[in-house]
Design a protein around this ligand. Structure first.
Ligand code: ADP
Length: 182
């Protein structure tokens, strides 16, 4: 069986987690890997439906995603997680208990994320229409020892995707020989 992994993308809203997650997924498909993307926004509409944005609820959400990701990775699947996951302690717990955990800090300065405002949420948060918004009215605790830092204000999405793939190759989660040859 091929080796699974958990690629955990953490960072502010609009930092680029979803973009990188799908870019990595596309590349892994070309390499014939089994994978699944667990997107925080999607998970909140099913697995974590009803959870809010208190620290306790955010940690519960992250724990649930971590549980599913672990089941997948244990079965040879690469689980790509895109979730703000703002609290360091819970991420560290997952890192300790999961096998093959790759923490990717998707890092763009808050002002860049605010400027991008992909979903229009920063404007609402700043107008006080959304409470507990990470970076505005709720904390984000940066990873201290991430395996990878993607600086999305300095590099293109494709460069960030390549950074993740290079790491996976170096660590032998994937191989350059994985490409489907026809
Ligand atoms: P998140 O999932 O972290 O909320 P998204 O991926 O939804 O963020 O949005 C990030 C936005 O930033 C997209 O519009 C994307 O095109 C843009 N962007 C610019 N540079 C990068 C980069 N290097 N990596 C990822 N996204 C980038």
């Amino acid at each position: 069986m091929r080796q699974g992994a958990i690629i955990w993308l953490t960072g502010l809203s609009g930092a680029g987690k979803t973009t990188i997650a799908h870019g990595v997924a596309q590349e892994l498909l070309l390499r014939n890997c089994l994978l699944e993307v667990l997107d925080g926004d999607v998970v909140r509409t099913n697995l974590s439906l009803g959870l809010g944005f208190s620290k306790q609820d955010r940690d519960t959400n992250v724990r649930r995603i971590g549980f599913v990701a672990e089941l997948l990775s244990r079965n040879g699947i690469i689980a790509i997680v895109a979730a703000i996951s703002p609290y360091r302690e819970i991420r560290e717990q997952l890192k300790k208990t999961s096998t093959n955990f790759v923490e990717v800090y998707v890092n763009a300065p808050l002002c860049v994320c605010e400027f991008r405002d992909v979903k229009g949420l920063y404007a609402k948060a700043k107008a006080g229409q959304i409470k507990h918004f990470t970076g505005i009215s709720d904390p984000y605790e940066e990873p201290l020892n991430p395996e990878i830092i993607c600086q999305t204000n300095k590099f293109t999405p494709q460069q960030c995707v390549s950074q993740v793939l290079d790491y996976l190759e170096q660590q032998e989660f994937i191989s350059a020989l994985d490409f489907v040859t026809k």
